[in-house]
Ligand binder design. Sequence first.
Ligand code: AKG
Ligand code: FE2
Length: 299
Amino acid sequence: MNSDPAKVGRAPITATEKLIECLSKDGCVIATDFTSVEDLAQVQDDVNPYMEGYTEIRAHLFPPQYRWCGGIFGRSETVRNRWLAEENLDLVRDHFLTTTLTPPGGYDGATFESKPVLAFSVTLDIGPGAKQQPLHRDDYLYFHRHRDLTKSGYEIGTDMMMLMFVPAVKTTIENGATLVVPGSHLWDDVRTPVDNEVCYATMTPGEVLLVLGSTWHAGGGNVTTDVRRPQHTFFFTRGMYRPEENPYLSYSPQQVLSWSEKSQSLAGMNRDTLAFDRTNYLVPSALYAESTKAQIPDK
Ligand SMILES: O=C(O)CCC(=O)C(=O)O
Ligand SMILES: [Fe+2]
């Protein structure tokens, strides 16, 4: 594996053109000067009371060395009003994920626009002894397919996800720095990474790693005996990847729990395949059954 951090491009958060250029070329980039030590400490304070470890109900999700906290967008004002309000990031995200359509007939030539939405926000803390995640593309979650773009070059419109990783500590090869495969966003669905194509995106606190949904990556293994690797993680998708009617606000937990499994499934409330509709990794029917404990208080 490639331990040369220079393999992953870097540019200041204000250099949006450069960030867009690197993402188009490599499918990943590290933006520097994204946040301060104070804001990192604040977010850590905000999520710490809610960090969870291994429980049987989530045993299939993570190895026992992981700790996590879902819904951090709701738990941290600093996440909402500073990190995700960062206008340079809006520009970068909008460049890759905004969708427009001018439907023929009936709409007076109006163009409709769908902006990216936050699909998941979670702190992932990799503890000593944890194994590396398998390398993967996050957009397979949406069954997204990929054409070979290695000869033609990147095409805007081909990605439907962008990921943002904000390390809370210095990340190293030893403590579980995220692995990325620069250029792999251009690959078709046949090619898979080999060792010398994989790089460690080691970062210092204050930086953020941006990764397109089609780029191969993984959480690293942690071979230390005593250093944890907390990292705040945000996944964005194109805005239309969600139901038209919001089922979670349309039906009460009591209603949903009284339904047949088939009805719950049709409304997307108990499908445990892959990772949809989850709150802190539980599907709504499981969450409702677990009841009040998992509610995310606004802060
Ligand atoms: O924690 C990391 O470094 C990567 C996590 C990741 O890729 C994922 O959960 O999909
Ligand atoms: Fe991932």
